[in-house]
Design a binder for this molecule. Structure first.
Ligand code: ADP
Length: 416
C-alpha cells in the first residue's frame, strides 16, 4: 500500500493526515501549540513536526510515498547557509512592518498585495533593519523551512506562499522592482505547489523509517489547502467558510483582483482561486447565541418565508468585502423580542451578504457560480444551508473534508 502525507501548520496547532491512493484518510495526528512560546519559534515548529511524524504508526510511515506541508500565509523566517533559523520568526498576523509600508508603496505597483503591514515583503523590510540580518542567506516561509527539514534543500518555495512576497504568478518570476532590491538574493526559488523537490534526507529516513524514495514536495498555504480539501475542482465551484468571519473562495477561469475589496487571486494550475473575506459571520452569532442555542433554535426556522429584517451584522464598524466602507456601521436593529425571529433575520442577512459577495466576484469577471461547498462552524446548520440555497440559486453542500492537512495530502498524492 502507498500512503501520502499532508501536514498542516495552522494558527492553533499542527496536524498530519495520511491518505491512500483512493484519497481515504488512514491516519490523523495532532499537535496543539502552546500559548506560551515567545522565543525560537523555528525550534518549536521542528519539535511539532517531529512529534507529528513520531505519532504516525510505523507500519504507515514505512509506506509513505510523498509528503507535502502547508503553513500559514506570510509566516516567515530568516535562515543562514546551514538552514539554522536566525533571529525571530514572524507569524502571519505580525504587523511590525507597518512602519515600513512607505518603502513598499514607493516601489510596488498601486494596490499590490504586498502593500500590507503583514505581507512577507513588509516583514523582510523589517528584518533588514535588525542586527542579525547580516547572517541571513535565505528568507523562507514556514512551509518552505519545514520542507527543508525533511528534504535538506534550502531556498525553495511555492507560488502560493510566495504571492505575498510579491512573486508574479502570471509570468512565473520576481518582478524587476523586487529583483532590484539590495536583498533580492535572499528570495527563494519558486516552484508550483506540489512539485517534487527531493527525497527525504538519509537522517530523516532513518529516524522515522520512511522509504528511501519518499518524496518531499513544495507546499501551499493553510487556506488554499482547506479549499483543496473541500472537493471543489471545477471553475464555478466555490467554498464558503462560515467561521468567525465569512470567507468566500470561487474557482475561476479568469484572474480577478480588486485590492480595495481585499480581493486577489491565487493560481491553481490553469485556474484562479479568487476570493474575499467579510467581517460578518459566526463571531456576530456567537455574540448573541451560544453554540447550543444555535443548534436548538435553527431547526425551528422556516427557511422559505422572507423576513422583513434587513441587518448588516458586524461587531464593530468597518467592512471591506463585498462592500468597501471602513466606516460601515453594524445594522442589528430592530431586534424582535422573539429570539427565533432575531436569529432568522441574522441568518438571512448573512446569506444575502454571501450572495452579494459571489455577485461581486462574478461582476469583476470570475466564472459563473455553479455550486457552493460549506466549511467552518456554520456548516452544520441545515436551516441556514437551505436559506443560503434560496439566495445563491445553486446547490449548497457540505465540504467533502474541511481539514487543511487533507488538502495538502491530496497535493502530495497528485505530485507522484
Ligand atoms: P474560526 O473561524 O474561529 O475557526 P469555526 O469554523 O470554528 O471558526 O466556527 C466557529 C463559529 O461557528 C462561531 O462563531 C459560532 O457562532 C458558529 N457556529 C457554531 N455552531 C453554529 C451553528 N449551529 N449555526 C451557525 N453557526 C454556528
Amino acid at each position: 500500500m502507498n500512503y501520502y502525507l499532508g501536514i498542516d501548520f495552522g494558527t492553533s496547532g499542527a496536524r498530519g493526515i495520511a491518505i491512500n491512493q483512493q484519497q481515504t484518510v488512514v491516519v490523523q495526528v495532532n499537535y496543539s501549540f502552546s500559548n506560551q512560546i515567545n522565543h525560537n519559534l523555528g525550534a518549536y515548529w521542528q519539535q511539532a513536526l517531529y512529534s507529528l511524524l513520531e505519532q504516525i504508526p510505523l507500519v504507515v510511515r514505512k509506506q509513505i510515498k510523498a509528503i507535502a506541508i502547508n503553513g500559514t500565509s506570510s509566516t516567515v523566517l530568516l535562515c543562514n547557509g546551514a538552514g539554522n533559523s536566525i533571529g525571530e520568526s514572524l507569524l502571519y498576523n505580525d504587523d511590525r512592518g507597518k512602519l515600513l509600508i512607505d518603502k513598499i508603496t514607493n516601489i510596488a505597483p498601486v494596490n499590490h498585495v504586498v502593500i500590507s503591514a503583514t505581507s512577507s515583503l513588509a516583514k523582510l523590510f523589517w528584518y533588514q533593519q535588525q542586527s542579525f540580518f547580516q547572517q541571513a542567506k535565505y528568507l523562507l516561509h514556514q512551509a518552505d523551512w519545514l520542507g527543508f527539514l525533511l528534504h535538506g534543500k534550502l531556498g525553495i518555495s511555492d507560488y502560493h506562499n510566495a504571492l505575498k512576497l510579491g512573486y508574479d504568478v502570471d509570468n512565473f518570476c520576481y518582478p524587476d522592482w523586487l529583483q532590484n532590491l539590495s536583498f533580492s538574493e535572499l528570495f527563494p526559488q519558486v516552484l508550483a505547489p506540489g512539485t517534487p523537490v527531493g527525497e527525504v534526507t538519509p537522517e530523516i529516513c532513518d529516524r522515522f523509517s520512511f522509504p528511501a524514495d519518499c518524496i518531499v514536495c513544495t507546499g501551499t498555504t493553510d487556506s488554499i489547502a482547506a479549499f483543496l480539501a473541500s472537493g471543489a475542482t471545477q471553475p464555478g465551484e466555490a467554498v464558503t467558510s462560515l467561521g468567525s468571519t465569512l470567507v468566500l473562495k470561487l474557482l475561476s477561469k479568469k484572474k480577478v483582483a480588486a485590492s480595495q475589496y481585499g480581493i486577489y487571486s491565487h493560481r491553481l494550475g490553469d485556474l484562479w482561486l479568487t476570493g474575499g473575506a467579510s467581517n460578518t459571520g459566526g463571531a456576530v452569532l456567537k455574540h448573541f447565541f451560544s453554540d447550543r442555542e444555535l443548534q436548538e433554535l435553527s431547526p425551528q426556522i422556516n427557511p422559505n418565508p422572507v423576513s422583513s429584517l434587513e441587518y448588516y451584522p458586524l461587531l464593530k464598524p468597518g467592512e471591506r468585502f463585498p462592500i468597501n466602507n471602513p466606516n460601515l456601521a453594524p445594522k442589528l436593529s430592530p431586534r424582535p423580542d422573539n429570539d427565533l425571529e432575531f436569529l432568522h433575520g441574522l441568518l438571512l442577512s448573512m446569506a444575502r451578504i454571501e450572495a452579494l459577495g459571489y455577485g461581486k466576484l462574478q461582476e469583476l469577471g470570475a466564472t459563473k457560480l455553479t455550486q457552493v461547498y460549506t466549511a467552518g462552524g456554520g456548516a452544520k446548520n441545515f436551516s441556514w444551508e437551505q436559506i443560503r440555497h434560496i439566495y445563491l440559486q445553486v446547490p449548497v453542500i457540505a465540504a467533502k473534508n474541511i481539514q487543511a492537512a487533507y488538502g495538502t495530502a491530496l497535493l502530495a498524492l497528485k505530485a507522484i
